[in-house]
Design a protein around this ligand. Structure first.
Ligand code: UDP
Ligand code: MG
Length: 307
C-alpha cells in the first residue's frame, strides 16, 4: 500500500488547527492509502504548538516540525517536504481555504499517472479585490518576464510525486519560490479545479511585506529580464545623452541655451532616478547571491519534548 504525506505549514493558526486536523483526517481515511500529516510550526507565538502536541498525542499519523522562529511559508513547506517519506506529497494551507476534499481527486489523478497535480482556483472567496487584481496581474507579468510556463491561478496547493519531491529537495536555493521551481522541473503535470473558500478563522498570515518578498523571489529567481531591461535603459540613456550633447552645442551656437537648461536639469534628475533603480535591481541579484554564499541553513528546528 502506498503512503501519502500531507504537509501543512502553520503560523499562528490556533483558531483553525484543530478543525484543520479533523477535516484532513476525515479525507485521508477515505483515500485507501497509508498517510501522515506533517504540521510545520513556523515560529507561532500563539497556542498552535500546544494544540498540535495535544493532537499528536491522540493521533499517530501526526508529525510536528517545530521551527525556532518564523522562517516564512515557503521555507516551512520545504521543511515539510524534507521530512515527508510518502510516495506522493500533498501541500495544503492550515486555514482550510483549500478544501481538503479536493485531495481525493488529486490522489486519483496521481494513481492514473500524473506526477504533479496543481490545485487551480476557479474563484477565490473572501479575498480582497486588491489581492485578486494584483495576483492576476502579477502572474501574467511573471509569465511574460520569465518565459517559464507558470500555471495561472495556481498557488501552493498541489500533489507531487516522490520523484518530484526528491528533485525539489535537491535544489538548495534559499529564496525559494516553490510554484516556480515546480514549473521548472517538468514531469507529467495536471490540474484539479476548485473554488477557494474564505479562511476558516483568523487573519491572513501573509503580510504585505511577505507578499512583496514572495513576488520578488518569483521574478529574480526565475528571470534575468530585469537586468536586461537595465542594460537596455542604460543604452537608451547613452544615445539620448549623446543627442542632447549635440543639441546643446547647436543651442550654444544659435544662442538658444537658456530655455534648455531646465530640460537638461529634468533629464539629469530622471536619469539619476533610473540609475538608482538599476543599482537596486542589480542589488536584488547580489543579495540573493550573498544568501547562497553564506549557505546558512534554510531553517532551524527546535525539537519538542513529547507531552
Ligand atoms: N504561513 C506560514 N508562515 C508564514 C506565513 C504563513 O507558515 O510566515 C502559513 C499559514 O499558516 C497558512 C499558509 O502559510 O497555513 C498560507 O498563509 P495565509 O493563509 O495566511 O495566506 P493567504 O491565504 O492569505 O495568502
Ligand atoms: Mg489562506
Amino acid at each position: 500500500m502506498s503512503k501519502i504525506s500531507v504537509v501543512i505549514p502553520a503560523y499562528n493558526e490556533e483558531e483553525v488547527i484543530v478543525e484543520s486536523h479533523k477535516r484532513l483526517s476525515e479525507v485521508m481515511q477515505k483515500c485507501n492509502h497509508n498517510y501522515e500529516l506533517i504540521f510545520v510550526n513556523d515560529g507561532s507565538r500563539d497556542k498552535t504548538v500546544p494544540s498540535l502536541q495535544e493532537i499528536k498525542s491522540k493521533d499517530d499519523h501526526v508529525k510536528i516540525i517545530n521551527f525556532s522562529r518564523n522562517f516564512g511559508h515557503q521555507i516551512a513547506v520545504t521543511a515539510g517536504l524534507d521530512n515527508a517519506d510518502g510516495d506522493a506529497i500533498v501541500i495544503i494551507d492550515a486555514d482550510l481555504q483549500d478544501p481538503p476534499e479536493v485531495i481525493l481527486d488529486m490522489i486519483q489523478k496521481w494513481e492514473n499517472g500524473a506526477e504533479v497535480v496543481h490545485g487551480r482556483r476557479l474563484s477565490r472567496q473572501g479575498e480582497t479585490a486588491f489581492k485578486k487584481v494584483t495576483a492576476k496581474a502579477y502572474y501574467r507579468i511573471l509569465r511574460s518576464l520569465t518565459g517559464v510556463e507558470i500555471p495561472v491561478d495556481v498557488g501552493d496547493f498541489r500533489l507531487i510525486d516522490k520523484k518530484v519531491r526528491d528533485v525539489l529537495c535537491a535544489m538548495p536555493e534559499h529564496n525559494r519560490y516553490i510554484r516556480g521551481l515546480v514549473a521548472l522541473v517538468g514531469f507529467r503535470q495536471e490540474f484539479t479545479d476548485y473554488v477557494r473558500d474564505p479562511r476558516l478563522a483568523g487573519e491572513t498570515k501573509y503580510s504585505m511585506k511577505k507578499m512583496l518578498k514572495l513576488a520578488s523571489d518569483g521574478i529574480f529567481a526565475l528571470s534575468y529580464t530585469p537586468i536586461r531591461i537595465v542594460t537596455f535603459v542604460g543604452f537608451t540613456l547613452f544615445v539620448l545623452g549623446g543627442m542632447s550633447g549635440i543639441y546643446n552645442i547647436l543651442a550654444e551656437i544659435f544662442d538658444w541655451w537658456d530655455s534648455f537648461v531646465l530640460i537638461i536639469a529634468t533629464f539629469a534628475m530622471l536619469s539619476s532616478g533610473v540609475i538608482m533603480l538599476s543599482v537596486g535591481c542589480i542589488g536584488e541579484y547580489i543579495a540573493r547571491i550573498c544568501d547562497e554564499v553564506k549557505a546558512r541553513p534554510l531553517y532551524i528546528e527546535n525539537m519538542l519534548k513529547d507531552k
